[in-house]
Write a protein that binds this ligand. Structure first.
Ligand SMILES: [Zn+2]
Length: 313
């Protein structure tokens, strides 16, 4: 699929209203949730920027609590080129792997320094919606992490159809798992939404739907505050899948048996889904589903596909 989504002009939006570039904050002056919605954690994931731009243009304000809008990796976004869109995912390192106290403190990369700049805003949030898109064409996914309260929230949102319960990445902590969001004893909520292929205009519709449903779920706004047409009808009954395995590339010698799109389910254990260093990659159990297969960012240590089974309940 070619890259069809336009590059948004965020000249005004990137100024913010807080003194921190790319950060907007609105306070209702009434008790309620501190909601953060973040976009451009990856510079080539434009749907979230479009959604926040539209939210600002519509003048949506919290009725209860506060609302913080973040355009995260502006430096990577500025390097965006639709013919090489993967190249603007980040500048020096993946900004969704820097969320730990020591990495933010050392400031050794542009992304760590930017993360540190955003950290005070992150610290005060207790609801986080992090808007992303995907390297490859695929159905939208909600990534909940492992905490039951976020799985419950994903089910309450009712869209997208596919919900993935996953433990994150071994090469660094995502914003959605950082601090209060990863605290098993706490009550902060966090969802990461993969809205579809980076270049698909429909990814913006998914982002709109998710922003609207999240603000309503948090109780920040009333239904009448949501811009017309943002909420989409569910495409079917939700399917919640728990990631059990991440297939990590041992080398550059990884290939798939077919151009998987994600959400393929293999009835029998031992099905060959590809090869790594000429050894077959096999499904380890019956009814195993592929999640976000991609060889685009292939290098040793990168996750090329996740395996998942149906989550109970
Ligand atoms: Zn992303």
């Amino acid at each position: 699929m070619s890259f069809q989504l336009a590059y948004p002009d965020i000249t005004e939006e990137r100024r913010g209203n807080t003194g921190t570039p790319g950060v907007w904050h609105f306070d209702a002056g009434v008790a309620g949730p501190a909601v953060m919605i973040s976009a451009l954690m990856h510079g080539n994931e434009l749907c979230g920027a479009w959604a926040l731009k539209a939210l600002l243009a519509a003048g949506v304000r919290p009725r209860r609590g506060s609302l913080t809008l973040v355009f995260a990796n502006l430096a990577a976004f500025d390097r965006f080129d639709p013919t090489r869109h993967d190249a603007s995912r980040f500048v020096e390192e993946d900004m969704n792997r820097v969320w730990s106290t020591d990495r933010l403190a050392d400031g050794s990369t542009l992304e760590r320094a930017r993360g540190a700049e955003l950290q005070p805003w992150v610290a005060r949030a207790d609801w986080l919606l992090d808007l992303h898109s995907m390297h490859e064409p695929g159905v939208p996914l909600c990534l909940t992490g492992m905490l039951p309260r976020n799985i419950e929230l994903a089910r309450r949102m009712a869209t997208p159809r596919h919900v993935i319960v996953d433990a994150g990445h071994r090469d660094g902590t995502r914003l959605r798992d950082y601090g209060q969001f990863g605290d098993a004893q706490g009550d902060a909520r966090a969802l990461l939404i993969e809205c579809g292929f980076h270049g698909d205009p429909a990814s913006v519709d998914v982002a709109h739907d998710q922003v609207a449903r999240f603000l309503l779920a948090a109780g920040s706004v009333d239904p009448a505050d949501v811009p017309a047409g943002w909420i989409q009808a569910p495409l079917g009954e939700q399917r919640v899948l728990q990631v059990t395995d991440a297939i990590v590339a041992p080398s550059m010698q990884v290939r798939f048996a077919e151009p998987w799109q994600g959400m393929e389910t293999f009835a029998s254990a031992g099905s060959v889904i590809g090869w790594a260093d000429e050894q077959p990659i096999l499904t380890p159990y019956d009814d195993c589903t592929l999640v976000m297969p991609s060889l685009r960012q292939l290098k040793p240590g990168v996750t090329v596909v996740r395996l998942a089974r149906d989550y109970p309940g």
